[in-house]
Design a protein around this ligand. Structure first.
Ligand code: LLP
Length: 412
């Protein structure tokens, strides 16, 4: 929220105070915003037997996983690392679904011994591997086939996943035969069906379409004696970066409700961005103003801290977070990294002086998690605001952390 004098606040904490205390660049999250986004989802689907499995990839900070676990959330993971994080944060492995096209044997063993809810299978070869690993260790792996329903999610091609040319999921037309194979495997128990058609979805029809196609398959399986315990509709609801008007969870539930009526499967969903995206911002300070052919504002955050603009040409809102006495001009907001792609926003109207504090909005999802140490830049700190309290949930990386685990040669 912006005060009349131009000071940005996160819950009851002024952004300049946070920047002063913890330094910049700094990721700031609102506990209330995360919890209310989760509850909105949960309440929207209250009429259904359901389980939210938060997509850890969107933001895997332990404290955030802990908050969500306490609310009763499950988790959608894509690696052994994410499973370890969920368990470290106190998450219930019995509410974990494991997605991803490349699960290793070690990751499969890790999932089996943790007792996860289901493996979302993405290929026949993966099904065979999971069967082999489970059989060898005397276990039965609960699996859900991720079908690729071949619908166009109408989002950015880099984050669209439900078309048949995408690497994700099993072609819905071949899935029936694979279900029959899976049902006959000794190490496998067939438990569900899953799809995820893309991210930052701003329309409901592609999701409804994917659900209808999946339900038709559920019915054919049912008729053949293969009964599924759950149906997983993936994640994907968009958030507001600029002027988008993404559907709310309530609108999603209302659109899908009639299709789901009378079904006995537990409904699973894997939202990531919609739960944490708008709950976070990135604070950064102007280091230099560089006028010329284009006016550049060089800030202390970079593509290493927030990759989305460089990777997807994504638009993120940028505004001043404190009162400034200057004329607004059009600035390209850029970071210090030696790449032209290190641009956080182009032609933004901002009133700036050197040292001005800026906030980059809607960076709670796919922000810190995609940060790197390129150019030997320590990754930023993260704080969680709760009313007027602030929790440092991740320290700024130290210089020593930059070479943690490295070894100098011990030979001349
Ligand atoms: N489930 C599966 C299987 C997924 O692959 C994803 C995201 C999700 C759930 C969560 O989707 P969400 O609700 O967050 O849309 N880095 C990109 C987004 C990549 C999304 C990958 N999969 C970005 O910054 O836009």
């Amino acid at each position: 929220m912006k005060r009349d004098d131009g000071t940005l606040t996160i819950e009851d904490c002024p952004a300049p105070m946070l920047a002063e205390r913890f330094g910049t660049p700094l990721y700031v999250y609102s506990r209330a915003a995360i919890e209310s986004a989760w509850r909105a989802y949960d309440q929207a689907f209250a009429a259904f037997d359901h389980q939210i499995c938060y997509a850890v990839k969107a933001n895997g900070s332990l404290a955030i996983l802990q908050l969500l676990a306490r609310l009763g959330s499950g988790f959608d993971i894509v690696s052994g690392g994410e499973l370890a994080r969920v368990m470290r944060a106190g998450g219930d492995p019995g509410k974990v679904v494991f997605s991803g096209v490349g699960k290793t044997e070690a990751e499969i063993e890790q999932g089996l011994s943790a007792g996860i809810l289901a493996f979302n299978i993405e290929s026949e070869a993966e099904l065979e591997r999971i069967n082999a690993v489970a059989s060898r260790t005397g276990q039965t792996a609960p699996v859900s086939l991720r079908v690729n329903p071949d619908v166009d999610a109408r989002t950015h091609p880099y984050i669209s996943t439900g078309l048949k040319e995408n690497k994700f999921g099993i072609d819905i037309h071949g899935a029936e035969a694979l279900y029959h194979r899976a049902a006959a495997m000794p190490g496998i128990s067939v438990s569900g069906m899953d799809f995820h058609i893309g991210s930052q979805l701003t329309e409901l029809e592609p999701l409804a379409d994917a659900l209808s196609r999946s339900l038709a398959l559920v019915d054919r399986l049912e008729a053949a004696g293969i009964h599924l315990a759950h149906l997983d509709i993936g994640g994907g609801l968009g958030i507001r970066y600029d002027d988008e008007t993404p559907p709310t969870p309530a609108a999603l539930a209302e659109r899908l409700g009639p299709l789901l009526a009378g079904r006995r499967q537990t409904l699973l969903m894997e939202p990531g961005r919609a739960l944490v995206g708008e709950a976070g911002l990135l604070l950064t300070r102007v280091e230099y103003l560089k006028p010329g052919h284009r006016d550049f504002a060089i800030v202390d955050a970079a593509m290493t801290d927030l990759l989305r603009p460089a990777l997807y040409n994504a638009w993120q809102g940028i505004e001043t977070a404190e009162p400034v006495d200057a004329e607004a001009r059009l600035y390209d907001v850029v970071g210090p990294v030696c790449e032209s792609a290190d641009t956080l926003g182009r032609e933004r109207s901002l009133a700036l002086v050197p040292g001005t504090l800026l906030a980059i909005h809607a960076t709670g999802a796919y922000g810190f998690v995609m940060a790197s140490q390129y150019n030997a830049r320590p990754r930023p700190a993260e704080v969680l605001v709760d009313g007027d309290r602030v929790h440092l949930i991740r320290e700024r990386e130290s210089l020593e952390a930059l070479w943690q685990g490295e070894h100098l040669l011990d030979t001349p």
